[in-house]
Write a protein that binds this ligand. Structure first.
Ligand code: UDP
Length: 337
């Protein structure tokens, strides 16, 4: 299978139906990241003007290079955790900037905390100035290691604030609290997405920063053992990028979603060991599987309750894991070539 990102964009556009951002001015923080860059692409195809902010902490120029000459795209290299004067009105602020890989939690905990606290404040300040709608991309990590699975938005979480994931989990929880505070005190229109594990083309695949799917694919393509942590009995539910972007844009656009906190994730829960076998099968690799200790505080199960997304957004995931894996494998091969 060859890889052409226009296929992903066409799928998202089709699935969004008549949702449009025609003539809307949208500021996207983290716009050069994995999800941020797909967001910029999709918004542009929906007729929006996009102001993309990124400092390339984890975002990459290669994700947005193709947009550089687009007449409705503007890029500013900036660390959103420091003040950013924005002198042109915007209709939406999407705060998507943050490192998100567990390997980064160890090396960049302060940046992660800042992006989701001071960065959120910068984003909210811009939204307040122009009366813009806010979309904050939070995470399933606000639930920590949940005791209720499938996990609904009403679950308060089980988080170790001083553990290795504390910098991310607590920062996102604080970010949500800021968003709600601006909503209460300044009547901002806000939406919070709790994003569950998402994968697809443009996800980081470099070295230690890769999440489990690009890591396993990389290992399989290179004939190296797939590094399963623990016994691989921990579960995740993986959402393909087209589904995730559709869910986020429905949340941002629909009036019924105003003020809501909504899980956006797949409900198809599989173990990490099963995932390793799937990747080996889909790549046709002869790789073996190696086992090493489970990292501290690695959540044992993760699976969203998406009743709210179904009822309020009319959204549920459509892409099967095998399809998403094939597209991601094709993209990773194209990158190596
Ligand atoms: N994982 C693994 N081997 C790896 C990388 C990750 O077994 O080389 C496991 C990890 O322990 C976790 C799951 O895969 O249980 C998902 O990890 P990821 O880094 O993608 O993100 P997380 O869901 O933990 O935030």
């Amino acid at each position: 299978m060859t890889f052409d990102p226009r296929e992903e964009l066409a799928v998202i556009r089709k699935n969004l139906g008549d949702i449009s951002f025609e003539d809307q001015r949208v500021l996207v923080t983290g716009g050069a990241g994995f999800l941020g860059s797909w967001m910029c692409d999709t918004l542009l195809t929906s007729g929006a003007q996009v102001l993309c902010i990124d400092n390339f902490a984890s975002g990459q120029w290669s994700n947005i290079r193709h947009l550089a000459d687009h007449e409705r795209f503007c890029f500013i290299e900036h660390d959103i955790s420091t003040p950013l004067p924005v002198d042109t009105p915007v209709d939406y602020v999407f705060h998507m900037a943050s490192r998100a890989s567990p390997f980064e939690f160890e090396h960049f905990p302060i940046q992660i905390l800042k992006a989701n606290t001071m960065g959120v404040l910068t984003a909210l300040g811009i939204a307040k100035k122009y009366g813009a709608n806010v979309l904050y991309t939070s995470t399933s990590e606000v639930y920590g290691n949940p005791s209720v699975v499938p996990t609904p938005e009403s679950y308060y979480g089980n988080v170790n604030c001083v553990g290795p994931r504390g910098c991310y989990d607590e920062a996102k929880r604080c970010g949500e609290a800021y968003v709600v505070a601006y909503r209460r005190q300044h009547q901002l229109k806000t939406r919070i997405a709790r994003i569950f594990n998402t994968y697809g083309p443009r996800i980081r695949m470099d070295g230690i920063y890769g999440r489990v799917i690009p890591r396993f694919i990389d290992q399989a393509l290179n004939g190296e053992p797939l590094t399963v942590f623990g016994e691989g009995a921990q579960t995740r539910s993986f959402t393909y990028v087209t589904d995730q972007i559709e869910g986020l844009l429905r949340l941002a656009a629909l009036d019924a979603a105003e003020g809501q906190v909504i899980n956006i994730g797949n409900t198809n829960e599989i173990t990490v060991l099963e995932l390793a076998h799937r990747v080996i099968a889909r790549t046709g690799s002869a790789s073996a599987i190696s086992f090493s200790p489970l990292p501290e505080d690695d959540p044992l199960r993760r699976n969203p309750d998406i009743t709210k997304a179904r009822e309020i957004l009319g959204w549920s995931p459509r892409a099967a894991l095998d399809y998403g894996l094939m597209r991601t494998i094709a993209w990773m091969k194209s990158q190596v070539e």
